[in-house]
Design a protein around this ligand. Structure first.
Ligand SMILES: [Zn+2]
Length: 392
């Protein structure tokens, strides 16, 4: 079996440059070379830049994950830039009923590198175990997938289906696992999976016929870049600075980080591998995607990666929707749905992450949401009332 496309990751550039620079300074003392530290630094930087191999990602494994919003397929990726296991949570339940050889009504979201045959020694069972199968696995049914099968969809419906809905989500241990209410990451992850899973109603072909309903489809690309890319250690320190009165942007800057150190190159490569948003790849199933985000920088970053974005779909914080509904005298019932400005939110329904599909808010979350809008350019209408810690 060939090794994954994994090469030793480069150390963080500033560290490497610092190490090399200190060596060069030592040499400078010994040799009266007319080199300045700056020119050494520049030459090192440019040699590092030019020595980077083209980014490659490879889907190492895929499996079915039942969620409160419906089934998902978790894809685990390796890459040749870092040693992190980035993920794609693909929502495309129509795949579960696919049988080997039959053409799907809707083009399926599949990983090209996962469906490839990795070596001549690989058996169909090897491939099935790593997730390169079609349909649903059972004790009696296992069908390996066809490598690089182009999957355009057999029906004329394909052209009327809206582009897949995607979200680029960065890992947040505190928000997703501990249930921290300092940020809205847990809610956003849950809300993304919920919205992508919503069935799509297609307009009827003729006035007499009924509308067609197809399962929701799209993906959350889950990047392991905790705390806007500064890592959990710095994030914990930044929280203490925030408790001393600084907002999240200032706290990051005080710790020597940028306000946001996230990158989206790997996300772009994973989307291309899944055939999403790039019409230039052989296995592309959609020329464009719709992106769930309030952050215009994220849309720009994806477009820079060659992903064609048809539409930005906003995510309005649930706490704002709830409080707005309350202020407008609308009654919220457990198990029901609130509809506001075209968006809907479940009340007291199960969801992903500790917070689930509940709307939670408190003073810290309000501060964070306000910073997102006022300092990070997030495209949200500001909804603020007196913050009171609360859980709906
Ligand atoms: Zn968070």
């Amino acid at each position: 079996m060939p090794s994954a496309v994994r090469t030793p990751a480069l150390p963080k550039r500033p560290l490497l440059v610092a190490m090399l620079l200190s060596t060069h300074f030592f040499l400078l003392l010994l040799q009266p070379l007319a080199l300045t530290a700056q020119s050494i630094s520049e030459s090192i930087s440019s040699s590092i830049h030019h020595s980077l191999p083209p980014l490659e990602v490879k889907c190492m494994a895929r499996t079915r994950i039942p969620t409160p919003h419906g089934p998902a397929f978790l894809h685990l990726y390796h890459n040749n830039r870092d040693n992190k296991e980035h993920l794609a949570i693909v929502i495309d339940p129509a795949q579960l009923s696919e049988s080997s050889g039959s053409a799907p009504i809707v083009p399926h979201i599949r990983s090209r590198t996962l469906d490839a045959v990795w070596s001549e020694n690989e058996t169909p069972m090897d491939r099935i175990i790593r997730g390169a199968y079609v349909g649903r696995l059972s004790a009696t049914s296992q069908h390996a997938s066809t490598p690089s099968a182009s999957n355009p969809g057999s029906s004329t419906l394909s052209s009327t289906i809206p582009p897949p809905l995607i979200r680029i989500h960065s890992e947040c241990f505190t928000g997703e696992t501990v249930g921290s209410m300092r940020c809205d990451c847990g809610e956003q992850l849950d809300e993304a999976i919920r919205q992508i899973s919503l069935p799509i109603v297609l307009p009827p072909a003729s006035p007499e016929s009924k509308p067609t309903i197809v399962p929701g489809r799209g993906a959350v690309i889950y990047l392991r870049q905790e705390g806007r890319g500064i890592g959990l250690l710095s994030k914990i320190r930044a929280y203490n600075l925030q408790d001393m009165g600084h907002d999240t942007v200032t706290a990051n800057l005080m710790l020597g980080h940028k306000a946001d150190e996230r990158g989206y190159e790997i996300a772009g490569a994973i989307l291309r591998d899944l055939g999403l948003g790039g019409s230039d790849t052989a296995n592309s199933i959609s020329g464009t995607v719709r992106v769930l985000t309030n952050n215009p920088d994220k849309v720009q970053a994806l477009e820079k990666e060659g992903i064609k974005v048809a539409e930005r779909v906003p995510m309005i914080p649930r706490s704002w929707q709830h409080r707005k509904a309350e202020a407008e005298g609308k009654k919220l019932e457990a198990g029901g749905q609130v509809h506001l400005n075209g968006a809907s939110v479940e009340v007291e329904a199960p969801g992903a992450t500790m917070i689930g599909s509940k709307a939670v808010y408190g003073e810290d979350l309000d501060k964070y949401l306000r910073t997102k809008v006022l300092r990070m350019g997030h495209m949200l209408p500001l909804w603020m009332e007196e913050p009171v810690a609360s859980i709906y």
